[in-house]
Ligand binder design. Structure first.
Ligand code: PLP
Ligand code: COI
Length: 363
């Protein structure tokens, strides 16, 4: 599919752009352009399926108040980063995995799938168009947010017949404010993120809406993030609001919660499993209970806990607390494995280390 190139009447002036990307934080600065592709379920004629791919000014959307997404939340999204390599070129990290996960989310939300190549091409076009927005700072990248929503105006409860797929880009620095050596986590007792048979494995807005109150509770209690337990026994550790977890033991083995439909199948999670196995370490995808976590931390059998995701990369967890009190992991600061994995992963992403798995897609 060809992408129409729409002119931008008023891109942000260079000086304002430079100021905006000098210290962008996470998710509040946006580039000049966006990609849009429309979908119409009527397969007759030119409007059938995905059509009208275009890249143009990033601008406000005009939606009918009866637009299906505003009522029944048919919305899914992805998050991936573009990196600048030492030769000045740009690269994406495992973008076909994001394309596949978007399609898995689409199937769960009764939405149309998008050809994987079209997803990656949309990302490529946007990165190259807005390359001047790349923040050349420590930990800097261009965070891409592809998303799809039901745009049909219709109040009946059924899958919509019209959708929009859009990609926007945000120059970002570190997700956690710098100077935080290890994050502190609050165990949610009153709330769960996802139940068996629900939408926990899909990257859909509703899962995040449901996590906001427990996340606010974590912040109010003085912690950085909330950790969710399983919905049935309220015992098995699942994930954070936007990150997967790994537990590293003194014997060199590592556990990460299994993908049972209630947690997001993180691409960072999958990558870390491979990198750990490359190092000859044993990684088990196995349930791990909250009481065991405490017991193992207190006995010293557990040496590190890591949170991981596109936004957070690899972040050590130093402290855990819940209504019954708290415990510290290792020294409470960053551990060796977290540092090593982070350096290895970021090295591959930025093209400064070998990429034996062929994860990097040069643009
Ligand atoms: N879990 C949740 C709930 C997330 O939102 C994310 C972030 O996308 C992750 C885990 C990590 O996934 P990934 O490594 O693909 O970014
Ligand atoms: C990501 O890591 O891409 C996410 O979507 C998580 C969110 C907390 C920003």
């Amino acid at each position: 599919m060809d992408f129409a190139q729409l002119p931008h009447p008023a891109p942000v002036p260079g000086e304002s752009r430079a100021q905006a990307i000098a210290d962008p934080g996470f998710g509040s600065v946006f580039t000049d352009h966006m990609v849009t592709i429309d979908y119409h379920a009527d397969h007759s004629g030119d409007l059938g399926g995905w059509h009208d791919a275009r890249i143009g000014p990033r601008e406000a959307l005009s939606l009918d108040p009866a637009c299906a997404v505003l009522h029944y939340a048919q919305e899914i999204f992805e998050g991936l980063k573009a990196y600048r390599h030492p030769d000045g070129s740009f690269a994406l990290f495992r973008p076909y995995e994001n394309a596949r996960r978007l399609n898995q989310s689409a199937e769960r939300l009764a939405m149309p799938t998008l050809p994987e190549d079209l997803f990656v091409e949309a990302c490529r076009q946007l990165v190259l168009k807005d390359r001047d927005w790349f923040p050349d700072i420590e930990g800097g990248s261009l965070y891409l947010r592809p998303f799809m929503f039901a745009s049909e105006a219709f109040l009946g409860v059924r899958p919509a017949r019209e959708y929009k797929f859009i990609v926007i880009a945000s120059p970002v620095g570190n997700y956690f404010k710098s100077g935080v050596p290890a994050v502190s986590i609050w165990v949610s007792q009153d709330y769960v993120r996802a139940a068996p048979g629900g939408t926990g494995a899909a990257k859909t807005g509703g899962n995040y809406a449901a996590s906001l109150v427990p996340q606010a509770e974590a912040i109010a209690k003085g912690h950085d993030q909330v950790v969710f337990l399983d919905a049935v026994e309220r015992r098995w550790i699942e994930e954070l609001g936007g990150m997967n977890l790994f537990f590293a033991f003194a014997d060199g083995s590592v556990i990460t919660p299994p993908l049972g439909g209630t947690i997001l199948p993180g691409i960072t999670r999958d990558s870390l499993i491979a990198l750990l196995r490359d190092e000859g370490l044993t990684v088990r995808e196995e349930r791990y209970a909250i009481d065991q976590w405490r017991a193992d931390a207190e006995s010293g059998r557990l040496v590190e806990t890591l949170a991981c995701g596109t936004a957070a990369v690899v972040t050590p967890v130093g402290k855990v607390a819940g209504p019954d009190g708290g415990f510290t992991i290792g020294s409470g600061g960053p551990g060796q494995l977290a540092g090593k994995l982070r350096d290895r992963l970021v090295g591959i992403q930025k093209g400064t280390q070998p990429d034996p798995h062929g994860w990097v897609v040069r643009l």
